[in-house]
Design a protein around this ligand. Sequence first.
Ligand SMILES: *Cc1c(COP(=O)(O)O)cnc(C)c1O
Length: 410
Amino acid sequence: MIERGKMMDKEKWHYETLAVHAGSGPEEGPASLVRPVHMSASFKLPEFGPELFDALLLESDQPPHAYSRWSNPTLRSLEDKLAALEGAESALVTSTGMAAVSSAILGLLKAGDHLVAQDVCYIGSQELFGEYLAQFGISVTMVDTSSLKQVENALKDNTKMIYLETPANPILRIADIQGVAKLAKNAGARLVVDSTYATPLLQKPLALGADLGIHSLTKFINGHGDTLGGVVLGSKEIIKDLRKSMLVHLGPAASPFNAWLIARGLVTLPLRMEKHCANALALAEFLVSHPAVKRVFYPGLKSHPHHQLATGQMSGFGGILTFSLKDELSAAIKMVQRLKVLTYATSLGHPHSLVFYYPTDMYIDQAAYLSEIQKKEIRENWMDEGLVRISAGLENIKDLIDDIDQALAK
Ligand SMILES: *Cc1c(COP(=O)(O)O)cnc(C)c1O
């Protein structure tokens, strides 16, 4: 039904070409160059026989469409695009990034299993590990995954998964994917990497040995700040299992309309990432030399503790930077109030530059699942008393710098 001949060349194509062509091209019927949105809950089923069984039982990784909680042409088109960009065999699109995270974890772990997870990462994931997985009988040890020693020491006989995020939201710690992948392999555990900050363009967790890659599509991949989405990427086998177990039974399917918006946004990801990265680097360099600023974190700065690792593992340093101010949180609150171009808002990877501050005492000190040693390390090395995160948008860099400069002026 969906014309796939063009996909044959995808191994030779570059990002820009894949972002436009993968998962798209005319379908049967009117040869519309841009795929329509398939707003249909159900699909006419194949005749009695193997195709019907595949559609109903999801026996193959690309079964005929039967019902949109299981699969849908618009979602599959986006899945094909994402798999092509990531270099993955298969992809499962979900309604949100957290649906991708929770589907990967609940789909692959069961009661009695142990998970080694990152101590500071996206707050939704961090709280899932620290506060909620215990109620499913999954035990969790949360460590700094940028330390191979800590990861190794946390492994147990029943460790079935290592979960990390790199670069980490919000503190921009970098983990050595290849190093952790080796530890996971030796331990018989699967490695899952949330690569949202890097996008499929700047980092390839699967090629570095991870079993599954995850992205929040809400961020850079959609890139327009108008819808939520998530994806899990990996082998045909695992993705098929996750579709059968999690998508069918927990139901985190994305709306075809949202998937269509994301596929549309994704077309310009290579162009946008260049601008996000350039703006983030320029802002980082500006802030380093600003007298009100205490410390700046951006993986592309030589001063970043993991700059070396980031240089080897990533092909660009991303659109996010963080910094602390000499006058700490109160100065950050005042600065944010005065900003006119940058917007005080959560999320990242939007066309708008977004700024968000983290009160270290609320964010870290009140987390019951972190040890005193962890809290001290995070505060001293990454957050100070209040961290400001900027997601560099697509505006003119001079306007962004002028805006921050006026907001920091006494
Ligand atoms: C935002 C984010 C998520 C969650 O994605 P949603 O689409 O908001 O559910 C997961 N991981 C990272 C790194 C994120 O930044």
